[in-house]
Design a protein around this ligand. Structure first.
Ligand code: SER
Length: 888
């Protein structure tokens, strides 16, 4: 049974039982605890916690959620149960049915006949586990379902109590296992062998809330959830492996074609030996995960999600090379994995070109340095081993990272293959130093909220009410104060403090728009707000300095947005939408947004595109943008569902959750429709002119357009105009004729320089006769050593030396000339035919002279040139040359 059909049967089964089918959320949700969505329940978290009511008629839902887990990337393909990307099929009950419902739904689907829409698994092969004291679940399995007591096992918290690993919903669980048969391991059920007995479905009886703690089994249960809920997760890939009769999840219909392609590309054979099989499986697994991450908007970088993607793509490239590939491979892998995944994810079709471009750009960047980096690694590893050490240096690992783009994990893997450890502490120290340098360089950069635990209670229980779309001032209460990452109750004059308010009119940085600036005031107290950041999408954190007075927790305050700041940022934000729309008109839909920034008067917009824009394209983008301003297009904001928004044609970017309400910003009807939570002008002419400044590369297949908006555009244009008229006045030419005038002048200047150089040479040649008077007899030779005036170039030296040598023809003569040219001292030695016949080699004399002037050079016996760095040694050098010749 194809994976696509397994998915369909799952959804049908639960929809028939009254569940609402919910599409998979993006892999990227704004949850401070998660890099990627890693379980089917993640998008439903607020419903489990009772923070929001589930919008499903029967209080039940079903989904097949895209999941990524990347904790153990090194284990991929070594063990064969886990994929980094997998699809978790789940059914969810928010206070509707509980244990019995969950158990019978799962059992019926697994064991139901194929004709009835089930998976037709043999009930005799199914085992189940329950939590230690969960008699209720054990009894349901035995009495209601009829699973023999011998195939029901009880396991502890680590196996049968599920939580997200952080404070949140949790509960005991019951897992269903499939016995793959004695050839896969020992008898005795999942408690004994979880390779032979493969876990296929986890039913979580979500009824508790957990507190802080570590690991799977050492946390506190802080209380009951408002309702008894169900969260289940069936591993689609594992069920596919069973139903397709293949050995493991890397060989199902979705991934096997990548392995087949890898065989063609590399010439190696899958199944020949373990080490190469692991590489094939890495290629298959990572190609899919990489593709799905790019699909959801991740681009390779050195941090966070982008780093994971970079690491996955680079591991594919390296694995393919180790298997024998020589050229680029990612385009072929991406193409085949897109083919196998498109039936389940039709949206891939629109992104094929972009996905390939992102992957291939990364591959090219890596290939450029892979060989030299590997060479460097091998040398350093050999040196390490030669000295008898077992640890690869942290400094070296840092160089590989910094100069050759080797993720540290790649170095770790290569070191392990070479039988070495890596001094990770040393590596991190070097990284730390680099970061500190970068930080010092960029003081203005706001600090990341690395540890958000201090905000958690407010995020969960008292999010900020934002009123800033309609108001620029508001009355509010201080519900929290944080200083240096710690919750405090007071702030005094001069303190920097983060203020958390119940209500705020201040825009918190999001979607590229910087946070508002403004003031928080109360009797005798004024705080200057320099930034506003949003935590967990719900909590507004105002970064402020107390200018006078003091602030206490609980105090009533007035919050005032700086109206000029807001006006400017708003203009810039709407202008960004116009630039984005214009860009897509000019470059086509593959130019996908990769990031943006808007602050008063300035915007920048990053997008995925591999080629440099031509001046004509830029001009067209600027023209379309300003025409849109001039047309005074209406700007509408509409709150609707994501599905509706997509139907309207909104460019849905990553980070959006299906089912959720979204805000659509529409400018001039179809001209620009985007999902956006930012502030916008009422109609486009309020933006004022947009001055497009230019475009540049920002690495890895992305480019950046920068522009001014509003009065800053005016200032820019007027500065340019003043510059042009200033030039016109000094060049005595109308502005429109400036380009021609300047190119005429440049031509004239070039001609004049040439003329001067000619005159110079003539003058030097004319002096030749006089110079010859300074020649001295040194043994058998007539020798002229002379320093010419400063600024004579190497080329002119040669002309003069040739001339003088010609004048000495007929006798053994040697000419040595030098002239300082800036910091350098070019010099030349020429010898007549007669001198050469007596054994003089000009090259040797250049070497001799070099010793005195810190120089180097070389040439033939009759003429050789050099350049020195120390003119002070010249006289001694000349003397040495004369001595050398005299002694022959
Ligand atoms: N949340 C549980 C899991 O991830 C079941 O869906 O295993």
């Amino acid at each position: 049974m194809q994976t696509h059909e397994i998915r369909e049967r799952f959804t049908d089964h639960f929809v028939k039982a009254g569940h609402t089918a919910v599409p998979s959320a993006s892999l990227i949700l704004e949850d401070p605890d998660l890099l990627f969505v890693n379980a089917g329940m993640v998008p439903f978290k607020p419903y489990f916690l009772g923070q929001q009511n589930p919008p499903y008629p029967n209080g039940t839902a079903t989904s097949i959620q895209k999941c990524v887990r990347t904790l153990d990337i090194e284990e991929v393909g070594v063990t064969t149960r886990h994929n980094t990307f997998f699809q978790m099929a789940g059914n969810f009950s928010f206070g509707a049915y509980f244990k019995e419902g969950a158990i019978s739904h799962a059992w019926n689907l697994l064991t139901g006949s194929l004709a009835d829409g089930g998976y037709g698994l043999d009930p005799e092969r199914l085992w189940v586990t329950v939590y230690l004291d969960d008699d209720e679940a054990a009894e349901i399995w035995e009495k209601k379902i009829g699973v023999p007591a011998g195939r029901i096992q009880r396991l502890g918290m680590a196996d049968n109590y599920w939580s997200m690993g952080v404070p949140g919903p949790c509960g005991p669980c019951s897992e269903i296992y499939y016995d793959r048969g004695p050839e896969h391991g020992e008898e005795g059920g999942p408690a004994v062998d979880d390779t032979r007995y493969l876990e296929i479905w986890n039913l979580v009886f979500m009824e508790k809330e957990r507190g802080e703690g570590t690991g799977k089994d050492s946390f506190e249960i802080v209380g009951d959830l408002p309702k008894k809920n169900i969260d289940t997760g069936m591993g689609v890939e594992r069920v596919a492996a069973i139903l397709q009769g293949v050995d493991n999840v890397y060989e199902t219909d979705l991934l096997r074609p990548v392995i087949d392609t890898a065989e063609q590309v590399t010439g190696a054979k899958y199944g020949a030996e373990h080490a190469s099989d692991v590489r094939f499986r890495v290629i298959a697994d990572h190609s899919r995960t990489g593709m799905m991450l790019i699909l959801d908007g991740v681009t390779p970088s050195n941090e966070g999600r982008g780093y994971i993607l970079r690491r996955l793509l680079r591991r594919i490239v390296r694995s393919a090379r180790l298997l024998g590939a020589t050229g680029e491979t990612l385009e072929r892998f991406m193409t085949v994995i897109m083919d196998t995944m498109t039936p389940s994810y039709p949206e891939i079709a629109d992104s094929r070109e972009r996905i390939i471009r992102v992957a291939v750009t990364e591959e090219r960047a890596f290939l450029k340095t892979l060989e030299s980096g590997t060479h460097r690694f091998d040398e350093a590893a050999a040196k390490t081993r030669d000295t008898g050490a077992k640890t690869f240096s942290g400094e070296e690992a840092f160089t590989l990272h910094d100069t050759y783009g080797f993720p540290i994990d790649l170095t770790l893997e290569m070191a392990a293959e070479a039988g070495l450890d890596v001094d990770v502490a040393g590596f991190e120290a070097a990284m730390g130093e680099q970061r500190a340098r970068a930080k010092a360089d960029n003081k203005a950069k706001k600090h990341g909220h690395a540890d958000e635990s201090v905000y958690r209670e407010w995020v969960d229980n008292s999010p900020t009410q934002f009123v800033g779309f309609s108001e620029l001032t508001a009355d509010a209460r201080v519900i929290g104060l944080v200083a240096d990452g710690v919750s405090v109750t007071q702030a005094g004059a001069g303190d920097d403090v983060e203020v958390i308010l119940d209500v705020s009119p201040m825009y918190a940085e999001a979607g590229g728009q910087l946070g508002d600036r403004g003031r928080i005031v109360t009797d005798g107290t004024v705080l200057d707000v320099t930034d506003v950041q949003k935590i967990g999408k719900r909590l507004w954190v105002h970064k402020a300095t107390v200018l006078s007075g003091g602030l206490d927790l609980g105090q009533a305050v007035k919050v005032e947005v700086d109206p000029d700041w807001r006006h400017g940022a708003t203009q810039a934000h709407t202008a960004t939408h116009l630039v984005h729309a214009a860009l897509r008109q000019v470059l086509g839909p593959t130019a996908v947004q990769a990031g943006s920034l808007n602050r008063p008067g300035y915007l920048r917009f990053d997008f995925n595109y591999t080629e440099q824009l031509t001046p004509a394209q830029l001009e067209e983008i600027a023209l379309i943008t300003n025409q849109a301003v001039d047309s005074n297009l209406a700007v509408n904001t509409i709150e609707t569902s994501l599905e509706e928004a997509k139907k309207m044609g909104a460019m849905a970017l990553f980070g959006e959750n299906y089912g959720s309400e979204v805000r659509v910003v529409e400018i001039g009807g179809p001209f620009s429709i985007e999902l956006c939570g930012g502030t916008h002008v009422g109609s486009s002419s309020q933006i004022g002119p947009v001055a497009v400044l230019g475009e540049s590369s920002v690495g890895s297949g992305a480019r950046r357009i920068e522009a001014y908006s509003g009065m800053d555009s005016f200032r820019h244009f007027s500065k340019e105009a003043a510059l042009a008229s200033g030039l016109a006045a000094s060049l005595k030419s109308p502005t429109e004729e400036l380009p021609e005038r300047i190119s005429q002048l440049t031509e004239k200047l070039k001609a004049a320089e040439k003329e001067i150089a000619n005159l110079h040479r003539q003058q030097l040649a004319a002096q030749g006769g006089e110079l010859l008077n300074q020649a001295v007899e040194a043994g058998k030779f007539t020798v002229l050593t002379h320093r010419l005036p400063d600024g004579v170039s190497g080329g002119d030296l040669r002309t003069v030396a040739t001339d003088l040598r010609g004048r000495l023809a007929g006798k053994p003569g040697v000419v040595v000339l030098a002239a300082a040219d800036g910091d350098k001292l070019p010099f030349i030695v020429g010898a007549t035919k007669e001198a050469v016949e007596l054994g003089v080699k000009s090259g040797d004399l250049v070497t001799l002279l070099s010793g005195y002037v810190d120089g180097r050079g070389g040439g033939k016996a009759d003429m050789a040139q050099g350049s020195g760095a120390n003119p002070a040694g010249l006289d001694a050098g000349f003397h040495a040359v004369r001595e050398e010749l005299a002694g022959r």
